[in-house]
Structure formats: structure tokens, C-alpha cells
Design a protein around this ligand. Structure first.
Ligand code: BG6
Ligand code: MG
Length: 217
């Protein structure tokens, strides 16, 4: 049996924090009089903070100085962090813990592959840090998803070839990153959005351990 690497995105895959990113960006967009819908928000998922702001400004056709951009980036993060103050295990999405436990029992390598610079405190607060053999986050990469850098580093840290890595993602950019990296992409969310993924599940409660076992074989 070849050891596989199971790489998890964080926001919207492990924890229900994607909604907080959305709320914080929506506030900035409203201040700037930019119409920012849930559909627009799909473009921001998996994408770095800096790139997210650029996308919002492009939507509103606004050109801004670096000083203003820095101010909004700071404001967005402060607002986002205010939602995280009291988070605990209950923020973990349904079905995630059983899968993490199963992978541990099966001696599989597990990594985090997230664009977020807030990943570590979230893993600590929700108590799931011990499951991860490697953590790669927004502080470790220079290229944002759909560039596969974050996942390639994760696989390398786990000592597993990209072809033997499986990536769980809720974002289009993340699914594309996994595909470009020649990894097995598993989309978590809507098929209409994540159709480029090799497998798609609505959420982790729909993933049977027998399916995971078939990936390990
Ligand atoms: C990704 C989210 O996980 O992290 C994006 O999907 C977010 O919405 C990005 O912009 C960066 O996160 P942070 O916490 O560094 O602002
Ligand atoms: Mg995500």
C-alpha cells in the first residue's frame, strides 16, 4: 500500500468560516458602494486576502491607492477576526472529525493547505491541530490558488508524490490548483460550481469511509 497524502483546505471545508469572510468583505463592499453578491463571493473563495480585495475593486471599477487598499485589508481582517473570538469545536463542519479520525486510524498522512494567514489560530481554537502532520498556509506561499504551490509544498512535507495526494476543496480556485498539481481533487459543495473536481460531495456527511478506503488502496 502506497501512503497517500490527504490535504484539506480550511475555510469552508474544515470549518464554517467562509461565511465570516463573506460578511467581512460585504461590509467593505457596502462602504464602497459596490454590489457584492454570494455569486461574486465564489470568486473570492480560496483566494488570498490581497487578491480578494483586488477582485472586489475590479467589480466596482474602483482604482485605489496602496494606502487605501492597506486600510481596507486591515479593516476586513479585524472584522473577520471579531467573528473568530469565541469559536470552538462547534465550528467544525459536520462529518469532518469522523473522516480525520478514520484517516489517522489508517495511518494516512494529513496536511492543511490553506490560503489563510489565520489558519493556525483557527486550528488551535477548534482543537484539531493534532490531526495534522503538516500545515501550509497563507504565510508559507507566494502564489495564490489556482497556483498549486500550497498543495505541492504540503505533499512534499508529507513525503508523498503529487499523484498520491488527495485534496478536499470548497473553492473553484482550489479545485483548479489540485488539478493543475496532478492531484485527486474532491470538491465539497455544489456540483454546479465545483464541476471541475474529480469527485464532488455536498458535505463530509456524504463521504463514506468505504470511499476513502478506495482512495487508499
Ligand atoms: C481562504 C478563503 O481560505 O483564505 C478566502 O477561502 C480568504 O476567502 C483567504 O480570503 C485568505 O484568508 P485570510 O484569513 O488570510 O484573510
Ligand atoms: Mg475554502
Amino acid at each position: 500500500m502506497i501512503k497517500k497524502a490527504f490535504i484539506f483546505d480550511l475555510d469552508g471545508v474544515i470549518v464554517d468560516t467562509a461565511k465570516y469572510h463573506y460578511l467581512a468583505w460585504k461590509k467593505i463592499a457596502e462602504e464602497l458602494n459596490i454590489d457584492f453578491t454570494l455569486e461574486h463571493n465564489e470568486l473570492l473563495k480560496g483566494v488570498s486576502r490581497v487578491r480578494s480585495l483586488d477582485i472586489i475593486l475590479e467589480l466596482g471599477q474602483i482604482e485605489a491607492s496602496q494606502e487605501d487598499k492597506n486600510k481596507w485589508l486591515f479593516q476586513k481582517n479585524e472584522d473577520y477576526l471579531s467573528y473568530l473570538v469565541d469559536i470552538d469545536q462547534s465550528e467544525i463542519l459536520p462529518g469532518v472529525l469522523p473522516i480525520l479520525k478514520y484517516l489517522k486510524e489508517q495511518n494516512q498522512a494529513i496536511a492543511l493547505g490553506s490560503a489563510s494567514k489565520n489558519a493556525r489560530p483557527i486550528l488551535e481554537k477548534t482543537g484539531i491541530m493534532p490531526y495534522f502532520d503538516a500545515i501550509v498556509d497563507g504565510n508559507d506561499v507566494s502564489n495564490a490558488k489556482p497556483d498549486p504551490e500550497v498543495f505541492l509544498i504540503a505533499a512534499q512535507l508529507l513525503g508523498v508524490l503529487p499523484e498520491d495526494a488527495i485534496v478536499f476543496e470548497d473553492s473553484v480556485a482550489g479545485v483548479q490548483a489540485a488539478n493543475i498539481g496532478k492531484m485527486t481533487s474532491i470538491g465539497i459543495g455544489e456540483e454546479a460550481i465545483l464541476y471541475q473536481a474529480k469527485y464532488i460531495f455536498k458535505d463530509f456527511t456524504h463521504i463514506e469511509t468505504s470511499f476513502i478506503a478506495s482512495l487508499i488502496k
